[in-house]
Ligand binder design. Structure first.
Ligand code: U5P
Length: 209
């Protein structure tokens, strides 16, 4: 089973409280989502592989560590996932970004991919799939299905707020995936919103409500 980690650093908890508040406006919401994503990226990237490199300091030769060059791609699930991309890029500026948009057809219940644009070599990349909310888990499961179908194998899922129901569903569907969240909330309401949550992350990020 992959790792499940709540990254509850005090700075992250403080910032999460700011965006949970219903009176937090679009500008601050957007900024703080990116700040949290940046802080989370520090922990999510903790197991990045290193390799030895020989360098010369002003004093002499030494063998030190450098990132082994394993490439990263950030994959936001449209549209709310976009809100986390810039924050992660602050920490991993060379990462590629692949976008994925999908929904479940109401009649067939089959996932429909309406937009998928990935870097060519996703099979060679560490993929950070991002969506601020892990609610039922349906979107995350479908997005990761779509990435695996294209050869992606090294995948982590990163969200800000998770519901226990979504964590369970995602772990069952993709037991190999590591899941990182800033908070594990109480439950899902009958409309699929996380309680207490922060409402509709896409609407709050883009000011569409
Ligand atoms: N979503 C929210 N707020 C919630 C619950 C879900 O914005 O309280 C959004 C997620 O960001 C996701 C979509 O993109 O609804 C569906 O989530 P899920 O039920 O597939 O996990």
């Amino acid at each position: 089973m992959g790792k499940f980690q709540v990254i509850d650093h005090p700075l992250i908890q403080h910032k999460l409280t700011i965006i949970r508040d219903k009176d937090c406006g679009t500008k601050v919401f957007r900024e703080v989502v990116n700040e949290i994503a940046m802080l989370m990226a520090y922990e999510v990237s903790r197991d990045m592989p290193l390799e030895d490199v020989v360098i010369e300091t002003p004093i002499g030769e030494t063998t030190q560590k450098t990132l082994s060059g394993k490439k990263v791609a950030i994959v936001p699930i449209l549209r709310a996932g976009i809100g986390m991309v810039d924050g992660i890029l602050e920490l991993i500026p060379a990462a590629k970004v692949g976008h994925i948009g999908l929904y479940r057809d109401h009649d067939t219940l089959e996932p429909v991919e309406y937009f998928v644009k990935m870097p060519e070599d996703i099979d060679a990349r560490q993929l950070f799939v991002v969506d601020p909310m892990l609610a039922t888990g349906g979107s995350a499961i479908m997005a990761i299905d779509a990435l695996k179908a294209r050869g992606g194998s090294n995948i982590k899922f990163v969200c800000l707020v998770a519901a226990p129901e979504g964590v369970k569903a995602l772990q069952e569907a993709h037991p190999d995936i590591d899941i990182y969240t800033a908070a594990l909330d109480e439950y899902l309401d009958k409309d699929g919103y996380i309680v207490p949550g922060l409402g509709d992350a896409g609407d709050r990020l883009f000011g569409t409500k």
